[in-house]
Design a binder for this molecule. Structure first.
Ligand SMILES: O=P(O)(O)O[C@H]1O[C@H](CO)[C@@H](O)[C@H]1O
Ligand SMILES: O=c1cc[nH]c(=O)[nH]1
Length: 259
């Protein structure tokens, strides 16, 4: 059987990456990843000198500007580990080095309240894409300096913080909402579930980059409370967005420490 000679990265005319539609010179080493387009729009208000604004046909939105005189990229990949892998690959190829995710999560411990912040130290790789990066025994962990910076910044902003292991799944519905899985992971101390972090942590580590995440608790799968049921909607909406401020602060601190 012959070996196929495939390029590592696909490039369109003008050196444009197909999923993000970004090209060389447009991506800062410091990157915030989000899953809601509104977060990119709202992040614009916190940045100065926006030089890049790309809305790709695949629904990925990217801006690059500066925060505290430091270039920063904010990118919305949409939901899921698979598309997050596509986006991270392109951003790493274009110079991204530290990736901090701002997102939401569903708690599976009773003591974690709506509006609290979860900072993952690691994530159960219960998604499909990272098997192509590393054997299943490979852990998805955050760099300890990234965890420290995020915990410090989140606490300084007045948040109740839980740092620990979370679980990443491909799907939102059956994969997270089967009682026996919730119980299994709850009993071994997993804090919460979401859909991207294991991929972000493992891909960054495999590619010589750094990553971490700050997740706002929007529901609790054990107690049954959820912002979508009308519980704590305002609290969750505000804190969901407010994360951007302290995550930007952590990102700029990490630049001096890691790059
Ligand atoms: O708010 P975000 O970051 O999207 O986080 C969570 O909420 C979305 C729906 O499950 C998934 O993307 C999950 O990871
Ligand atoms: O329950 C939840 C809440 C947010 N995000 C998830 O993936 N699950």
């Amino acid at each position: 059987m012959g070996v196929l000679k495939l390029p590592k990265y696909v490039e369109m005319a003008g050196g444009v990456a197909p999923v993000t539609e970004c090209k060389a010179g447009e991506i800062a080493p410091l990157v915030i990843l989000a899953n809601m387009r509104d977060h990119v729009v709202r992040a614009e208000a916190l940045l100065e000198d926006i030089t890049v604004r790309n809305d790709s046909v695949w629904g990925v939105n990217t801006i690059t500007g500066s925060y505290r005189c430091t270039p920063v990229t904010v990118c919305c990949a949409g939901i899921g580990a698979g598309q997050t892998s596509n986006v991270m690959e392109e951003l790493i190829n274009l110079g991204g080095k530290i990736f901090l995710q701002i997102g939401a999560t569903g708690a599976i411990q009773e003591n974690i309240a709506m509006g609290d912040t979860v900072i993952p130290t690691g994530a159960v790789r219960d998604e499909g894409v990272t098997r192509y990066y590393a054997p299943q025994q490979y852990p998805a962990v955050s760099d300890y300096r990234v965890v420290n910076a995020l915990v410090k910044a989140a606490r300084a902003a007045g948040n109740t913080v839980h740092a620990g292991i979370i679980r990443t799944t491909d799907g939102f519905y059956p994969s997270q909402r089967i009682e026996e899985y919730v119980k299994t992971y709850k009993d071994i101390g997993v804090l919460s579930v979401e859909q991207e972090v294991a991929a972000i942590l493992a891909i960054a580590a495999c590619r010589g980059c750094y990553a971490g995440a700050s997740l706002i608790v929007v529901g609790n799968l054990v107690t049954g409370s959820h912002s979508w049921n009308g519980d704590s909607v305002e609290l969750v909406e505000n804190e969901y967005f407010d994360q951007i401020g302290f995550v930007l602060d952590a990102l700029v601190e990490l630049k001096d420490e890691l790059l």
